[in-house]
Design a protein around this ligand. Structure first.
Ligand code: NAD
Ligand code: TYD
Length: 346
């Protein structure tokens, strides 16, 4: 058990869900959230905890070495969520991904080694393994799969994983790396496919489906991911990687039709648009290791109930996403979709 836990990127989607999960599960612990509040960081995600004495928010950039060293001197463990996280943004401009995901992670590792931090958990992604073919459904990524990132986002995460590995090997830092599949749930920034499509449809707008819509993602509810991270923090072995998934593969077209069905709309709300550059075809996770070693398994991701409850959260919280969609998010959205004409024939 760790009583003074530091989180980076806790004002984003998964980090904010994790903070709530952690404080409920470990009532005697204290948690400090270090977040630069970039476009996807939102203090409103944790408004209910602002006055909780067990929670402290620090507005800082993980690339600020001096501040990171100060913060590390009073912490037992770090869970590193902070990242540039959207593939489409990484295609438009890779530099912020290198800065935060690579240089930022190295800054944290330097501080962790200097302060002899007891535990460092790196939150990574299945996207570092690259893409699987649609015609080999038996193939899934395990922890020994080759690292073959295809997008600039995935490459920057893979680079940061390698730096974590090196800090363990060279300096003996107590690290674990988690690689999870696509998350869904409350407070997800509405540039990612599920909240984007759900909120568009609530507003009676069409949803932009990339390419033929047959790309497959392995969907896990964020609460299941948070439970797995807590298990890895407390019981994961040093130097190990843990894959996390819920065995819930869906093509984007099937996912879109499920959302349309939940919201009582038909296929006429699908706008087929040009494909994403370098679009990975399929992700699928083998989570045998974490199930065997740590006794974790996904319990909240089952389709369609988990999708229905997520859609319901966006229906019930329009203030949260409307403020985002009408703000700076808008400019990015316009730039992205203006350069993505409707696909020929649709
Ligand atoms: P997000 O974009 O919602 O949140 C990222 C957070 O990091 C934001 O609060 C942002 O302000 C903060 N941040 C960014 N740059 C920073 C910097 N330089 N200094 C301090 N804070 C900074 O992302 P998310 O979806 O919550 O993802 C969290 C982590 O989980 C990422 O590392 C991502 O790679 C990983 N992951 C995400 C998914 C997914 O499906 N969303 C799946 C697997 C792994
Ligand atoms: P996304 O949520 O961006 O996650 P990732 O690229 O990290 O898997 O996208 C999930 C899938 O949905 C991916 O195959 C791309 C597709 N997609 C669309 O078809 N339209 C969209 O507008 C977006 C954002 C994604």
């Amino acid at each position: 058990m760790f009583s003074r836990v530091l989180i980076t990127g806790g004002s984003g989607f998964i980090g904010s869900n994790f903070i709530r999960h952690f404080l409920a599960a470990r009532p005697d612990a204290h948690l400090t959230n270090v977040d630069a509040l970039t476009y996807s960081g939102n203090r409103e995600n944790l408004r209910d905890l602002e006055h909780d004495p067990r929670y402290t928010f620090i507005h800082a950039d993980i690339c600020d070495a001096e501040r990171m060293r100060d913060l590390f001197s009073t912490a037992d463990a770090l869970i590193h969520f902070a990242a540039e996280s959207h593939v489409d943004r990484s295609i438009l401009d890779t530099r912020p991904f290198i800065r935060t995901n690579v240089l930022g992670t190295q800054t944290l590792l330097d501080a962790a080694v200097a302060c002899k931090l007891k535990r460092f958990v790196q939150i990574s992604t299945d996207e570092v393994y690259g893409s699987l073919p649609l015609d080999r459904p038996e193939l899934r990524f395990n922890e020994d799969s080759a690292i073959k990132p295809n997008s600039p986002y995935a490459a920057s995460k893979a680079a940061s994983d390698m730096l974590v590995r090196a800090a363990h090997h060279t300096f003996g830092l107590n690290t674990s790396i988690t690689r999870c599949s696509n998350n869904f749930g409350p407070y997800q920034f509405p540039e990612k496919v599920i909240p984007l499509f759900v909120t568009n449809l609530i507003e009676n707008k069409k949803v932009p489906l990339y390419g033929d819509g047959l790309n497959v993602r392995d969907w896990i509810h964020v609460e299941d991911h948070c439970e797995a991270i807590l298990a890895v923090l407390e019981r994961g072995r040093s130097g190990e990687v843990y894959n996390i998934g819920a065995d819930n593969e869906q093509s984007n077209l099937d996912l879109t039709r499920s959302i349309l069905h939940i919201l009582g709309k038909g296929d006429e709300f699908i706008r087929h648009v040009e494909d994403r550059l370098g679009h990975d075809r399929r992700y699928a996770i083998d989570s045998t290791k974490i199930r065997r070693e740590l006794g974790w398994s996904a319990s909240r991701s089952a389709w369609p109930d988990a999708l229905i409850s997520t859609v319901d959260w966006y229906i019930k919280n329009p203030d949260w996403w409307q403020r985002i969609k009408s703000g700076t998010y808008r400019e990015f959205h316009d730039k992205l979709y203006a350069s993505r004409p409707s696909a020929v024939g649709h």
